[in-house]
Design a protein around this ligand. Structure first.
Ligand code: FPP
Ligand code: MG
Length: 266
């Protein structure tokens, strides 16, 4: 009994020390230039689950908790906008069991995230569900709209949760809207890239230009994510860590690279 108490006290002390060391590291990084917009392709949940002998659903759940953790790290760094590829339109081709499990997770976690006192409220983050929302099951769409409404007055930061999303769908929808606006206004001038950009789902919520795109799990592909937003200035980072294990120590070199780039231009 006593040994158990000592052991759990030591665990607690170690966790406290780790949290303090992490906060100190974040404060040092935050003294340098900080990207305004960071996007994550959350890849490797299933390989992580299999490597640990877990069910795939547990991999996605751990992936969600890691997204929360990375969102908080970004907020402590004062990143203004975070985007996450939570569900591609292509993911509907996965087994119905896996798609349902991801939809259950989305429904439960969307509402949990924006409760009073939880992360979005704590840091003043506006949640925007970016994507072809009418492809979502009704219960998930209702949760998404409720979460968006609950956070619509938050103005310190933006969290773009992209689901179900692909860039080609986002760009096609933006072109449709731009054409529709021209037709309705009897405007026969050429449509400009700026107009199309103004109709992108990410622009509507006011996301700043994309500074960094991170993909986890060692795969080097963009998988139809934020293709328009990846400009010549966007820093692309590929990490070999599976998403549920991607943490501050994987992120530090990414931020340092960004800071080196900004300082070298000054
Ligand atoms: C990619 O890993 C991950 C996904 C398809 C889902 C990501 C979703 C979450 C982390 C939860 C998001 C949060 C909410 C609120 C829904 P993978 O399945 O492609 O894994 P693999 O590359 O190892 O096969
Ligand atoms: Mg994958």
């Amino acid at each position: 009994m006593l040994l158990q108490l000592i052991s759990s006290s030591l665990d607690w002390l170690r966790d406290q020390a780790t949290a303090k060391a992490q906060d100190a590291l974040i404060s040092v990084l935050a003294a340098g230039p900080i990207p305004q917009h960071v996007a994550f392709i959350l890849d490797g949940n299933r390989r992580y689950a299999r490597s640990k002998g877990m069910h795939v659903t547990q991999g996605h759940t751990d992936g969600f908790y890691n997204l929360r953790k990375m969102l908080e790290i970004c907020m402590k760094l004062k990143v203004r906008c975070v985007s996450a590829y939570a569900f591609s339109i292509e993911n509907f081709k996965r087994s119905p069991e896996e798609v349902n499990a991801l939809m259950d997770l989305a429904e439960a976690k969307l509402l949990e995230l924006c409760q009073r006192g939880d992360l979005l409220d704590q840091y003043g983050i506006r949640l925007v569900v970016v994507g072809h929302k009418d492809m979502l099951p009704e219960r998930v769409l209702a949760a998404a709209e409720k979460a968006e409404n609950m956070t619509k007055h938050n103005d310190k930061a933006i969290f773009n949760l992209c689901m179900p999303y692909t860039s080609r769908d986002e760009i096609t929808t933006a072109v449709h809207s731009a054409v529709k606006a021209h037709v309705e206004n009897d405007d026969d001038t050429d449509i400009t890239p700026e107009e199309i950009e103004g109709h992108l789902m990410t622009s509507i919520a006011g996301s700043p230009p994309l500074d960094i795109l991170v993909r986890s799990s060692g795969v080097k592909r963009l998988s139809d994510y934020l293709l328009w937003q990846c400009s010549e200035d966007t820093q692309l980072q590929f990490s070999s860590t599976y998403w549920p294990e991607f943490g501050l120590l994987d992120f530090v070199p990414v931020i340092l690279d960004y800071q080196r780039k900004v300082w070298s231009k000054a």
